[in-house]
Design a protein. Structure first.
Length: 267
């Protein structure tokens, strides 16, 4: 099989969930993966081409922009279309907390998703595995990305009630959790005024764009504190806060306790 891969194992047994394998599958008409009672959960994004996945007792055709999530403990069977083999980006995740995390996002009974808008997130995977950094650092970044993707997938199929412009604004915020998006930058994504975007977002989602992004970052901070061994400083950096003191105080304001106290309560 023609794949760019990076294997991980350094955090096994030290964190509730961990990435075991990440990479890119290049088009190969003979590509076929089967697992019996899989010990890993698999999340894959089809970049181009086609393939087939057995899910919920039936064969499902997958194509460009499809994301599929195969769970731990189940049989896995997926393969390329022989005439138009897929190229895909993927994460394999394991650990005792893996399924608990998936269930917490309401995804234990859902396998297939419209992944349009998620490609920039998945494209972080090949960039991360190509970096010559400490494996623990890359593992932590991939764990955070997996949580972020679960959060985005949990919202798939529940957004039809919102306008295209409002969804475009929210998706842009979701793609940049590592920094605060300015009002001017956000308005430029839909070619509208700042005031229009602020009012539209608040009307459709009940909060301002800034409050929405802050809530998302704090929720991600909670997950990383509970489910990884990243230090508070490393989590602050992942979320775009260069000042650890500022991040800790902000966490207290939004969550009611200091980051390490939250971690201790969840362990």
């Amino acid at each position: 099989m023609n794949e760019d891969l990076r294997f991980f194992g350094a955090t096994k047994g030290k964190t509730p969930f961990y990435v075991t394998l990440a990479g890119v599958t290049h088009p190969d008409p003979n590509y076929h993966i089967t697992r019996s009672s899989s010990r890993v959960a698999v999340m894959e994004y089809v970049v181009e081409g086609e393939g087939y996945v057995w899910g919920n007792g039936k064969r499902v055709h997958v194509e460009k922009d499809t994301v599929y999530l195969l769970l731990c403990g189940f049989d896995h069977d997926y393969y390329s279309d022989a005439e138009n083999p897929f190229r895909k980006i993927f994460l394999n995740v394991s650990g005792e907390g893996c399924m608990n995390l998936i269930r917490s996002y309401g995804l234990a009974d859902r396998n297939f998703f419209d992944g349009r808008g998620l490609l920039p997130l998945f494209e972080r995977i090949p960039r991360l595995i190509a970096e010559e950094r400490d494996e623990i650092e890359i593992q932590g970044a991939l764990q955070g990305l997996f949580v972020e993707l679960l959060s985005r997938l949990s919202l798939a199929g529940s957004e039809s009630e919102h306008s295209e412009e409002a969804l475009a604004l929210k998706h842009y915020l979701d793609l940049h959790p590592e920094r605060t998006v300015t009002a001017e930058e956000l308005a430029a994504t839909v070619f509208r005024s700042r005031d229009y975007c602020q009012k539209l977002f608040r009307r459709e989602f009940g909060v301002t764009p800034y409050a929405y992004q802050l809530n998302q970052r704090m929720q991600k901070a909670k997950t990383l504190l509970a489910d990884t061994h990243l230090s508070v400083g490393e989590i602050a950096e992942v979320l775009g806060y260069s000042d650890l003191h500022y991040f800790s105080n902000l966490f207290v304001q939004k969550c009611g306790c200091r980051p390490l106290a939250y971690r201790k309560a969840k362990r």
